[in-house]
Design a protein around this ligand. Structure first.
Ligand code: OAD
Length: 251
């Protein structure tokens, strides 16, 4: 798919350069070019698997072995994926001060691997586990095998991700609202914008007078409120915007 027209890229670059506090919201689409499956695309996970059987507390209670089998498979798949230019561009924008906060719905850890240091992961992280009974938490360096048990109390460990029907972590959400209320621009990359509360974050920035840039291969429910809709693949669009920023700054 060709990158959108140059005029749109330059408009996005202008918004970014003039923003005082830009935040980014990313979804599965940013990792699509790293070969991580999305959820709702043609090959999306939720087209092949039933989330109610795999990503709910009830499913875990019913069959922890099945749920862990699915998460271990995803861990194995992601272990072989690499960050793409969209991830690395965001990491550099943060280092350069252009991006003040990176909020992701992704659990794949690719933003960290691209060098982003402070990622607000609203849906958790596939590489973390936590105990279903006590406060134990740990980071996995390799895919889990079988159903792991807590080394402290012996109860079952679960992936430290947010499942359907669960609330987002209150401290994480508080941090998100803090950033959104400071924001005068929001760049939204590769999300279908149908899962709440994340889907509502860009509208919050918009409602306080901020600008919204959307980068996606298709239109979403967010497109009508976007000041700039950049149609294209994130791994191509973000470097193109980056080059336009450099041109605007005379670099
Ligand atoms: P989705 O799979 O719902 O949407 C992915 C979006 O990325 C779509 O809008 C695609 O058009 C777009 N897209 C695909 N490839 C792209 C590319 N190369 N460049 C740019 N855009 C591209 O994923 P999310 O919106 O992240 O939650 O889904 C939100 C949440 O739903 C997930 O975090 C997950 C899921 O259920 C939990 O597991 C709690």
């Amino acid at each position: 798919m060709p990158v959108t027209d140059m005029e749109t890229i330059v408009r996005a670059a202008e918004v970014i350069v003039s923003a005082r506090h830009m935040v980014a919201l990313t979804g599965a689409g940013i990792s699509q070019e790293s070969d991580v499956p999305t959820f709702r695309g043609n090959d999306g996970l939720w087209r092949q698997y039933d989330p109610m059987e795999l990503a709910t507390p009830e499913a875990f209670k019913r069959d922890p072995g099945l749920v862990w089998e699915w998460y271990s498979w995803r861990q194995g798949l992601i272990a072989n994926c690499r960050p793409n230019p969209a991830h690395t561009t965001l990491a550099r924008w943060a280092r350069d001060g252009l991006l003040k906060a990176l909020i992701t719905q992704n659990v794949d850890g690719l933003h960290e691997r691209a060098g982003s240091e402070d990622v607000i992961e609203v849906h958790g992280n596939l590489w973390r586990v936590r105990c279903t009974e006590c406060d134990y938490r740990a980071h996995l360096s390799a895919p889990a095998s079988g159903v792991p048990e807590c080394p402290e109390c012996g109860a079952l460990l679960r992936p430290d991700v947010v499942w359907f029907g669960e609330a987002l972590d209150a401290a994480v959400l508080a941090r998100v609202w803090q950033e959104l209320h400071l924001a005068d621009a929001c760049i939204v990359i590769g999300t279908s914008a149908v899962v709440y509360p994340a889907a509502q974050f860009p509208a919050t920035v918009k409602s306080q007078g901020g600008a919204v840039i959307e980068v996606n291969v298709e239109e979403t429910p967010l497109t009508p409120i976007a000041d700039v809709h950049v149609r294209g693949r994130a791994g191509e669009v973000l470097p193109a915007i980056d080059r336009a920023i450099a041109a605007l700054r005379g670099q």
